[in-house]
Ligand binder design. Structure first.
Ligand SMILES: Cc1cc2nc3c(=O)[nH]c(=O)nc-3n(C[C@H](O)[C@H](O)[C@H](O)COP(=O)(O)OP(=O)(O)OC[C@H]3O[C@@H](n4cnc5c(N)ncnc54)[C@H](O)[C@@H]3O)c2cc1C
Length: 389
C-alpha cells in the first residue's frame, strides 16, 4: 500500500468520511485511519435533517445554504455508490403550546414553500395534536449506518482507509531529519502533508486541541417496533402505521421511520391495507446529558423518551433496542474547524453536535476551500482564538 498522502484523516464518523470524500473528489491522496471499536455517534444517530428547530420554531443557522447543499450532496452519492440512504421526509411538528400556535397563526405569511401550516390536524386519531401543527416539507433522513458503510467501501476502493487505532505517541510533526519531511506529518510508516482530526468527542482530549470548547452530550435512542403488538393488526392501527411511514413526527421527541428505498418505492404502489413493505420499525428519542458521559444505556433515559412518546402517540409498540452515543457538541453551539496556529500541517474538523447530518457536507466543502484557496472561515468556527487562551 502507498505510504505517502496529501491528507491523513483520523476518524471515520460522518465528519471524517465526508471530508475524505470531498478531498478525494478534488484529486487529493487521502488516508483515513479509524478504530471501529471506539465510540462513533454517527452510526447510531437518527439521521434527521430539520431546517426549523427549537421551541420557537426558528430557522437553523445557515439553513438555506446547508439544505441546498445536502439535498444535492446525498442523492449524488447515492447514485455514485449505487446505494440508498437518503430520504426526503416531511417533518410534522404538532404545536406544544397555545403560544406557539398563536405565534404561527398571527404570522401566516411565515408559511413558505418549505413550511406549511395545515389548518386541520394531520393525523386526526392516535396523535396528540389538539392545536394542529407545522409541516416542514424540507425535512430529511439519512440512514447513517448504510451511508457510513457505503463511504467506507468507496474509501477502500481508493486505497484511502485503514482500520487502525491512532496513537499520539507515534506522531512526529517536526521531523527535521530530512528537509523534505520537515513540516510534514509522519505517523509510523505513513507520511502526509497534513493531518486532520475528526475524532468526534474524543478530540476533547486531543493534546493539540484540548482548549477547544467541546462540550460532550450523551444521547440515548430507542428502536421500537409496532409489528409484534396484536392490537396493531386492526385496520385503524394499520392505517395509522402506514401514515406514520410518511412523516417524521416531532413533539417533545421525534419518531422516525427507518426506511430503505425499496420499501419506499413499493409503498407508493400500494394503496389499501398494510403489507410487508410498510415499515414497522422506527427510532425515537433522544436524550441530552452533559453529566453522565458513560456509554451505558440508562433506565432514566428510556423512561424519559417513552413518557414523551406516549404523550404524543397513542399506539402500542415494543422497544427492541436502546443505543447510546456521545455528541461532539460545543459550548458555542457552532462547529469548530481550522489549522493549528503552531503547526501548519495540522487541522481539526469537529464540533457538529446534534446536527452533523445537515452541517457536515456544506462545511466539508467550505473547509476544503479554506485549505486549498484560503477562503475565510466564518469567525465563529475558527479554532485559533481558543488555542491562545
Ligand atoms: C442519540 C443521538 C441521536 C442523534 N441524532 C442526530 C440526528 O438526527 N441528526 C443529526 O444531524 N445528528 C444527530 N446526532 C449527532 C451526530 O451523530 C453527530 O453530529 C455526528 O455523528 C458527529 O460525527 P463525527 O464524525 O464528528 O463523530 P463520530 O461519529 O463520533 O466519529 C468519530 C470517529 O473517530 C474515530 N476515532 C476517534 N479516536 C480515534 C483514534 N484514536 N484512532 C482511530 N479512530 C478514532 C471513532 O472510532 C469514530 O469512528 C445524534 C447523536 C446521538 C448521540
Amino acid at each position: 500500500m502507498e505510504k505517502e498522502f496529501d491528507y491523513l484523516i483520523i476518524g471515520q464518523g460522518l465528519a471524517g468520511s465526508i471530508l475524505a470524500y470531498t478531498l478525494l473528489e478534488k484529486g487529493k491522496k487521502v488516508l483515513v485511519l479509524d478504530e471501529p471499536k471506539l465510540q462513533n455517534c454517527s452510526k447510531i444517530a437518527a439521521g434527521i435533517c430539520n431546517p426549523i428547530t427549537g421551541r420557537n420554531l426558528v430557522r437553523t443557522w445557515k439553513s438555506r445554504e446547508l439544505f441546498t447543499f445536502l439535498n444535492d450532496f446525498y442523492p449524488k452519492l447515492e447514485k455514485q455508490f449505487n446505494s440508498n440512504f437518503f430520504f426526503s421526509v416531511p417533518i410534522y411538528r404538532p404545536f406544544q403550546t397555545l403560544e406557539q400556535q398563536q405565534d404561527w397563526s398571527a404570522q401566516e405569511e411565515k408559511a413558505t414553500e418549505e413550511v406549511i401550516y395545515p389548518k386541520n390536524p394531520l393525523f386526526e386519531k392516535n396523535v396528540n395534536e389538539p392545536l394542529g401543527g407545522l409541516l416542514i416539507k424540507n425535512g430529511g433522513h439519512l440512514r447513517t449506518d448504510i451511508f457510513l458503510e457505503a463511504i467506507k467501501k468507496y474509501l477502500i476502493e481508493h486505497n484511502a482507509y485503514q482500520e487502525k487505532l491512532f496513537d499520539f505517541d507515534d506522531l512526529m510533526l517536526n521531523d527535521k531529519a530530512t528537509k523534505e519531511s520537515y513540516q510534514k506529518v509522519v505517523y509510523q510508516d505513513i507520511k502526509a502533508n497534513h493531518i486532520i482530526f475528526c475524532r468526534g468527542v474524543l478530540d476533547k482530549t486531543n493534546p493539540f486541541f484540548d482548549k477547544l470548547p467541546i462540550a460532550p452530550a450523551k444521547g440515548e435512542i430507542l428502536h421500537i417496533d409496532f409489528d409484534k403488538i396484536e392490537e396493531n393488526k386492526s385496520h385503524q392501527n394499520q392505517e395509522m402505521i402506514r401514515k406514520l411511514n410518511q412523516f417524521i413526527l416531532n413533539k417533545g421527541c421525534w419518531l422516525v421511520p427507518f426506511k430503505d428505498k425499496i420499501i419506499e418505492n413499493n409503498l407508493n404502489n400500494k394503496v389499501n391495507g398494510l403489507d410487508e413493505n410498510v415499515i414497522t420499525t422506527f427510532r425515537t428519542g433522544s436524550t441530552y446529558n452533559h453529566d453522565d458521559l458513560t456509554l451505558k444505556p440508562t433506565e432514566e433515559a428510556r423512561q424519559e423518551i417513552e413518557t414523551k412518546l406516549k404523550g404524543v402517540l397513542n399506539l402500542d409498540y415494543q422497544v427492541t433496542k436502546q443505543e447510546v452515543g456521545i455528541r461532539p457538541s460545543t459550548r458555542t453551539r457552532y462547529p469548530l474547524m481550522g489549522t493549528h496556529k503552531d503547526y501548519p500541517q495540522m487541522s481539526i474538523f469537529n464540533g457538529f453536535g446534534a446536527k452533523g447530518v445537515s452541517m457536515i457536507p456544506y462545511f466539508a466543502n467550505e473547509f476544503v476551500e479554506h485549505l486549498f484557496n484560503g477562503k475565510e472561515l466564518d469567525k465563529i468556527l475558527r479554532v485559533n482564538k481558543w488555542l491562545l487562551k
